[in-house]
Design a protein around this ligand. Structure first.
Ligand code: ADP
Ligand code: MG
Length: 364
């Protein structure tokens, strides 16, 4: 059985959402797309806040929206949790009462609801705020409490609408790590709307890319981001990704070689991980470079694409070299390209400093 399945059309004067998607139980689905592409509208349809013009939504084995019969189960009877950009808490209730609210509304006894609320507050590192009112918390602290509140009624599906967007940059890594623990590792089925390739990479099993209300691309996160086919996915991805296993000092790839890099706080040796670095961090040489950069890869130059004031070079696997270099990108200036004096098909060297490479644990 799927965790949810929907096929809907929703028409507005200048916009039509026309989407059919589903998710397996425990799967985290990232929804990416430009502003106005219909991401929040899609979440609204799933949550029961919006009635589509035609189609249906099924949660587990339960039909919750069906335009043919006029069925529209209201949001609070669907068993979905919603965490918006700014998780809205009831201002007049304490943090503890906010989190206990959902279980209480489901009929749980006060003591049991409070116990569940305290447990969740501890899990999101907010136990100490239990007695405070939301206004006495920072934005990041409020968002952690809002996550606990959304999870408290044990939703079958969590809907997260850009949950990191309103946080200041200092609070973002901690919240991302928390979402990873509470959603991904806990196998909570979830739909995550995000603008960030990194969020999708760290949190999602699968990615759906919306453009103008339609799905233009979908697939496993790493495939979509490593081989984007839609302009939007290419623009937000724009990163080099190398899959493997985290190890001391970096990441071990499937065929042996290590990519040296810096692990984030969340990654431990043995975790499935990706090494991530931007094309601008890659230097390209005709002859094997000696000296500081620790990652030196032999590649075949597969393609050259002009991009504004730089040239993007695409690597193909070199003779006898590892296959994972295929598709890696390097951005160089036209002057550097002229100095290099090579054509597609040539064997060149890609060099990346270890300090430019981030190692992130991934799921799936
Ligand atoms: P996203 O979340 O991807 O930025 P939305 O789902 O919010 O996109 O919006 C999709 C389209 O619907 C946009 O053209 C937007 O202007 C329009 N829209 C969003 N909300 C409403 C609304 N309440 N009433 C009318 N049009 C809306
Ligand atoms: Mg939106």
């Amino acid at each position: 059985m799927t965790a949810f399945e929907l096929a809907v059309q929703l028409r507005r004067p200048e916009f039509t959402l026309d989407v059919a998607i589903s998710a397996e139980p425990g799967e985290v689905l990232a929804v990416l797309g430009p502003n106005g592409s219909g991401k929040s509208t899609l979440l609204g349809v799933l949550a029961g806040l919006l009635r589509p013009d035609s189609g249906y939504v099924r949660l587990g084995d339960r039909l919750v929206t069906d335009t043919a019969s006029g069925l529209l189960v209201p949001p609070h009877r669907r068993g979905v949790g919603l965490l918006a950009q700014k998780g809205l808490l009831f201002p007049h209730l304490t943090v503890l009462a906010n989190v206990a609210f959902g279980p209480r509304a489901q009929g749980m006894r006060p003591a049991a609801a409070e116990e569940r609320a305290r447990m969740l507050l501890a899990e999101v590192d907010a136990a100490e705020f239990a007695g405070r009112k939301p206004a006495k918390l920072s934005g990041g602290q409020q968002q952690r409490v809002a996550l606990a509140r959304a999870l408290a009624p044990e939703p079958s599906v969590m809907l997260l609408d850009e949950p990191l967007a309103a946080l200041d940059v200092d609070a973002t890594p901690a919240m991302r790590a928390l979402l990873r623990r509470m959603i991904r590792d806990a196998k909570q089925t979830a739909v995550l709307v995000t603008h960030s390739a990194l969020d999708a990479l760290v949190l999602a099993d699968r990615v759906v890319v919306l453009t103008a209300g339609r799905v233009v691309e979908q697939g496993p996160t790493r495939e979509v981001l490593a081989r984007p086919r839609s302009p939007f996915a290419a623009r937000i991805a724009g990163l080099n990704l190398v899959p493997g296993t985290a190890c001391a000092g970096g990441l071990r790839t499937a065929d042996g070689p290590v990519v040296f890099g810096r692990g984030d706080a969340d990654v431990a040796a043995g975790d499935r991980a990706v090494a991530v670095f931007p094309p601008s961090a890659v230097a390209v040489y005709a002859d094997r470079p000696h000296g500081s950069p620790r990652n030196v890869l032999s590649v075949r130059l597969a393609a050259m694409e002009p991009r504004g004031d730089t040239v993007r070079l695409r690597a193909g696997a070199g003779p006898g070299g590892p296959s994972w270099v295929d598709g890696l990108a390097a951005d160089v200036t036209p002057a550097a390209m002229a100095d290099l004096g090579v054509e597609p098909g040539a064997e060149v060297w890609f060099a990346v400093k270890a300090t430019e490479v981030e190692i992130h644990a991934v799921g799936g």
